[in-house]
Design a protein around this ligand. Structure first.
Ligand code: KG4
Ligand code: ZN
Length: 339
């Protein structure tokens, strides 16, 4: 049997330090060290994130290699997240990857984090028997981005629409903060919403085409809470689950409606979700329902490949290896790496 291509991948764009080993499209190890230090600050503190990455990177890579039962000299290439993300965080992963590539004399592959979220669908360990065919329309929703992307190939992607202000995950996190929930607020709202009723109405973005805007929703929730808390200072506590369900319905309705209109306009019958917010239970349900109603194929990555992880960096590494898309040691990370 032909020897597989072995990629070691490193992801450090935000507050998770992750390493993965892939044999071709199959993930053999994918480890993540989460950083709990940020919980007390209501958001990621860049300086702390970078320091935590420095502490975590060697133990995480080491544990990952052991789990994969793989030796460093057996790796074919080292892939890392070049951006977008927090510069101090990116630098830790990039410098570590460069050092390894130099020491092992193996090619270096620089990966765009947002494209990696999308290519996570092509990891073999996902539930679907065969990966999605092209073209594919992907809704990428994370803490920093909200994009509808037309995917024609691993390295042929075009943004059709995107947020003009807050990202969907950012809206979740900021509204969660207004509700007094800890960071990251997305998963908290998701959990609480499951016990509530969407009985409160908040402003919906009325932007045309396939772009998004979530800052109006955030302000609408803030004013509503201020008004209600003046009348009853227990309002949030007494209505928490219903508030979460209402916010969740608003965000997910907007996301699904835009994705559906884009699919109709572009005549694409394969729809996918990517990014941290695609871990959201209601968004996953609504996409599945849309597919069933409209006869469209839908693809949602396994939960562990939705939020930030190195396996998705590794799958891009695999495709880049096939096309020999290697970088020199001079390559630098970029906080605002273009798509
Ligand atoms: O992709 P990701 O892990 O990191 C970035 O690249 O930004 O996304 C993180 C975002 C956060 O805003 C987090 O609140 C959100 O994903 N998130 C969720 C859920 N799980 C993570 N939002 C809603 N529901 C969830 N279950
Ligand atoms: Zn991400």
């Amino acid at each position: 049997m032909k020897r597989p291509i072995k990629i070691l991948a490193i992801e450090s764009s935000c507050d998770d330090t992750s390493a993965a080993v892939l044999y071709n499209r199959r993930v053999v190890a994918n480890l993540i060290a989460n950083q709990s230090v940020h919980a007390n600050y209501g958001g990621v503190v860049p300086e702390l994130a970078s320091r935590e990455h420095q502490k975590n990177i060697i133990p995480v890579v080491d544990a990952c290699m052991k789990k994969a039962n793989c030796e460093l000299h057996d790796i074919d290439a080292v892939a890392f997240t070049q951006g977008p993300g927090l510069l101090g965080s990116l630098l830790v992963g990039a410098n570590f990857a460069k050092g390894l590539s130099l020491a092992l004399n193996k090619p270096l592959i620089a990966v765009n984090h947002m494209k990696a979220h999308i290519l996570a669908h092509f990891i073999e360990n996902n539930e679907y028997a065969t990966p999605p065919a092209f073209p594919l329309l992907c809704l990428t929703v994370s803490g920093g981005h909200t994009q509808i992307v037309l995917v024609k190939g691993p390295f042929d992607m075009q943004i059709i629409g995107q947020t003009l202000d807050d990202a969907a995950g950012e809206a979740y996190d900021k509204i969660a903060k207004q509700l007094g929930l800890p960071y990251p607020g997305g998963p908290q709202i998701d959990k609480l919403a499951q016990q509530g009723m969407a009985k409160f109405e908040f402003s919906k973005s009325s932007i045309g085409n396939f772009d998004f805007s979530f800052s109006g929703l955030k302000t609408s929730v803030l004013y509503f809470l201020q008004k209600e808390m003046k009348k009853n200072d227990q309002f949030i506590n007494e209505n928490l689950a219903d508030l979460c369900a209402s916010v969740q319905l608003n965000i997910v309705d907007t996301l699904i409606q835009k994705l559906h209109s884009a699919a109709k306009e572009l005549n694409i019958d394969r729809l996918a979700l990517a990014g941290g917010v695609s871990a959201n239970s209601y968004l996953r349900l609504r996409l599945t329902q849309l597919g069933e109603q409209e006869g469209l194929s839908t693809f949602i990555p396994r939960f562990e490949y939705c939020t930030d992880n190195a396996a998705m960096i590794g799958i891009v590494g695999y495709y880049a290896f096939l096309e020999k898309k290697f970088e020199s040691i001079e390559v630098v990370p970029s906080a605002r790496l273009p798509f």
